[in-house]
Design a protein. Structure first.
Length: 428
């Protein structure tokens, strides 16, 4: 039947691992686990191989196998749409998870927010009206064409190994009331330091001006775990929260004795009583596991959902293209810092846009890298930003699984996936 529902999918991926394995094994694992994206396909077989080549070995980049894997999956969706003569968004809707279900690796999840993101993106982007406008534009213009596409996202957060879901933090309270926070996460521009200060501010109920951050160091917080897989704020945030709560328990008798007192008074009395005003907290997080023999496991603590719509125009003579408009809806639940999270989504989209359209490593047959500078390796610039760029966080969304019911947006390279179908349709 040509109704667009995919009954079976068999994919084998070959990854350019370079001359050493490096992170290719882990990226291959993530690629396999995340290939299905937001789609329920009853019969699946995914296989991945890291290939030894005469090129430099590759480390991981934002998305960690998910952008590569879902490029393949979305290509299948586009091919099915062409075969059935149906709009690609209809194929996506027919194959999306709709109710509480299990992933390809038998982990249960609730896709309610996935559907909400999809519907809200369609509504905010005025997708159906703009599709008609795009068709009208293409009828009137021979050398310039436009395309519009919308794509959903189901992104699993965290590592497959439990050891990566632990963290530690050290919190000092000084006699003047100031607080110094040190944690095991690395600031990569994703705003983790700001969020850790917000956690301490929320627990102690004091202004941010009282709080200071100490740069990450194993001299203060030893045995730190990699800041990766979008769990840095989740794990380190819980460690900071735990440390603050233990210090607050030490303050409780003083606060009960003088409930109308100021923070500085309580801390001063704590010092006079010679009670320790610092604490290092270690926490163990999600117990992830994967049985590769059975192909099942309780692998990820939670999922981040989203949907994105983009309209693109291409010059058929030169191949040059520009982004007319992009709308993204992301499920961050009760965001710790909406400004940071929206900025992460915006930056990730631009990175993904470069990844899919302009950035390419070119090698000679002997393995010499040709694209060694900006003349050959083209990264996105300010002129590549969509003329209209709208990013919103899904409202009224909560989850009991995370710190303050917030979801990560640290690694949202994935929203840029919505650019795939437009790029395939017009750039090929």
């Amino acid at each position: 039947m040509d109704n667009g529902r995919i009954k079976a999918l068999d994919i084998e991926c070959f990854i350019n691992g370079g001359c050493t394995l490096d992170d290719s094994e882990l990226v291959t694992e993530f690629l396999i686990l995340k290939l299905e994206n937001a789609y329920k396909i009853r019969n699946l077989r995914f296989r991945g191989r890291a290939c030894l080549t005469n090129l430099p070995s590759n480390t991981a980049f934002r998305g960690f196998g998910f952008p590569q894997g879902t490029l393949v999956t979305e290509s299948c969706i586009t091919a099915v749409a062409a075969k059935c003569g149906l709009p690609p968004e209809k194929i996506r809707e027919k194959n999306m998870y709709r109710t509480v279900d299990k992933t390809i690796y038998k982990q249960a999840f609730n896709p309610e927010n996935l559907i909400r993101c999809w519907n809200e993106c369609l509504d905010k982007s005025s997708f159906h009206n703009r599709r008609m406008q795009v068709e009208e534009f293409n009828k009137k213009n021979y050398w310039k064409k436009r395309g519009i596409a919308v794509i959903p996202m189901k992104f699993s957060v965290g590592f497959v190994a439990t050891s990566y879901h632990q963290a530690a933090a050290l919190v000092h309270i000084y006699t003047d009331g100031s607080v110094l926070v040190t944690h095991g996460g690395n600031e990569l521009g994703q705003g983790i330091h700001t969020k850790m200060l917000q956690v301490a501010s929320r627990e102690f109920k004091i202004p941010m001006s009282y709080l200071h951050i100490c740069e990450t160091s194993t001299a203060t917080v030893p045995n730190t775990i990699a800041t990766a897989a979008s769990i840095g704020a989740d794990t380190n945030g819980r460690a900071v929260q735990n440390a603050c709560q233990i210090l607050l328990k030490r303050l409780e008798p003083i606060i009960k004795k003088n409930p109308e007192g100021a923070w500085e008074e309580w801390v001063s009395e704590l010092s006079q009583k010679e009670i320790l005003k610092d604490f290092i907290s270690s926490i163990r997080g999600y117990k992830a596991f994967m049985d590769w023999e059975k192909g099942e496991g309780d692998t990820f603590p939670y999922y981040v959902y989203g949907a994105a719509c983009s309209e693109v125009e291409i010059d058929c003579l030169t191949g040059a293209h520009k982004k007319i408009r992009t709308d993204i809806v992301m499920d961050a639940c009760c965001s710790l810092n909406p400004a940071i999270d929206i900025g992460q989504v915006e930056g990730a989209f631009i990175q993904g846009m470069g990844f899919y359209t302009t950035e390419e490593l070119k090698y000679s047959p002997e393995g010499v890298l040709y694209s060694r500078g900006p003349d050959e390796y083209k990264i996105p610039t300010i002129s590549d930003v969509p003329e209209e760029f709208n990013v919103s966080l899904l409202p009224s969304s909560q989850t009991p699984l995370t710190l303050y019911s917030s979801k990560t947006t640290q690694s949202k390279f994935e929203p840029a996936l919505e650019f795939i179908e437009v790029a395939q349709k017009f750039l090929q």
